[in-house]
Design a protein around this ligand. Sequence first.
Ligand code: AMP
Length: 543
Amino acid sequence: MGDNVSIYEQGLEKNAANYAALSPVSFLKRAATVYPDKVAVIHGDRRITYREFRDRVSRFASALTKRGIGKGDTVSLFAPNVPAMLEAHYAVPLIGAVLNSINTRLDAPTVAFILDHGESKLVISDRDLNPVMKEARAQMVSPPPVIDIDDVLADGGELIGEAEYETFLLEGDVDYPWSLPDDEWQAICLNYTSGTTGNPKGVVYHHRGAYLNALGNSVEFGLSADAVYLWTLPMFHCNGWCYTWAVTAVAGTHVCLRKVDPALVFPMIRDHKVTHMCGAPIVLTMLIHAPDDQKCTFPQTVKMVTGGAAPPSAVISNMQKMGFRIIHMYGMTECYGPSTVCAWQDDWDGLDEERQAVMAARQGVALVTLEEQRVVNSETMENVPADGKTIGELVLRGNTVMRGYLKNGNATAETFAGGWLHTGDLAVMHPDSYVEIKDRSKDIIISGGENISSLEVEEVLYKHPDIMEAAVVASPHEKWGETPSAYVTLKPGSDGKVSADDVIAYCRENMAKFKAPTKVTFGPLPKTSTGKIQKFVLREREG
Ligand code: AMP
């Protein structure tokens, strides 16, 4: 009591027996010990067991050190979902270096910016992407050396590096000792935001956060040793939402996929008996609208996490009809990908299918590994009432929030104002403590002083029988200030069947009239490199 030191503060110190820094690299060590002969990775005709996976990672780590790369150095990967990309998630952090997975859809100037800003020491780049990498390097004063991935399933491209990845692995020692980082706060990854305006920001993760988010996701997604995980989500996006580590944590099987093509995805689900996969709503839409001759049936129910953008409830229910069970998660680069989940409640089983999809379209509650989420008035930081109506900003805190933005103290301080990660997403809190995102702060439409959630209008548009995709943005209006303007892509075969007036009339029947779009434009929608619809491009068109 009082000034006395507590009995629990004496002789019970941290030591090597009772404390180890958390690192997701340890998952591979265990999986290879427990299941050495189990197939860890499938890529085309190739099968890599957990023993081989570990051995390849040992060689990779050793080869990196032989090239002078070590703690705190950045190693960049520019590759689709191939074994080398997965192996980098273990080999790079094993030596204390920092993995920088670059979005494969970026252009050369942005890639050059990232390599330069992240002070990359080595790039491992797939031959298909090398034309962009070559151009990016040409724009740099001192470009990093390149190792080529000469993947058998690549379409073309070129080799530009000083060695090929498989040869590079042979430079390394298979007996490289695995000593994991002793500080869990050490940087593990550098992931650049999509940067819709200005230069992208470099988000820094630590080992502890990656470890926790991987485990939080595997709990929530029900991953187990039987899991066969199909890589329909790019590994470059928040490290494949941490599933690069989560699947290994349970010693499941990773099925690589270079490109999401329904003609490949459906037979792979059937032939490899896939149990789990992830993808942005755009991937779901692509699967739903694939031509019938590309679709095939499969006996198992495939669990699929969607997130990265709001999935309209119609998309969720159409996927469920095709044999998928959709789990909706929300997150952002700054919080290691998925951080909240629309956790299913038993009593929702009794609801009709449409109502179930509406419940599941909410972004939900914090994952078990995220400390807390709130919806606040961002000026006062007070909670908004949990009435499902009052809009505020979603803020998060916990161990799965980034360390900060690399070399950008101002942006870091601004994002962490008041001790919370400000997501910039506008949401409501429902009475059952589930969060529902209504918009990005800049996407909300203010018409005659009333807030209109663009997502709510899109939700109705997605239910129109001829509409495949929709995005709604504000259009300047003399009388109302702003009104919603809808951009829609029709389903294959629906072209010319509906007019703008028909769509407007449909909306007026299905929502409060002031929320209905006043303009409808048909055509393909501009997308970001992670499959999100680029609303800022549409807003620019509105003037
Ligand atoms: P990124 O950092 O590229 O992953 O983008 C993060 C942003 O994507 C978030 O701030 C949201 O605006 C959006 N987002 C991610 N998941 C969802 C979701 N489930 N529902 C709605 N928006 C989402």
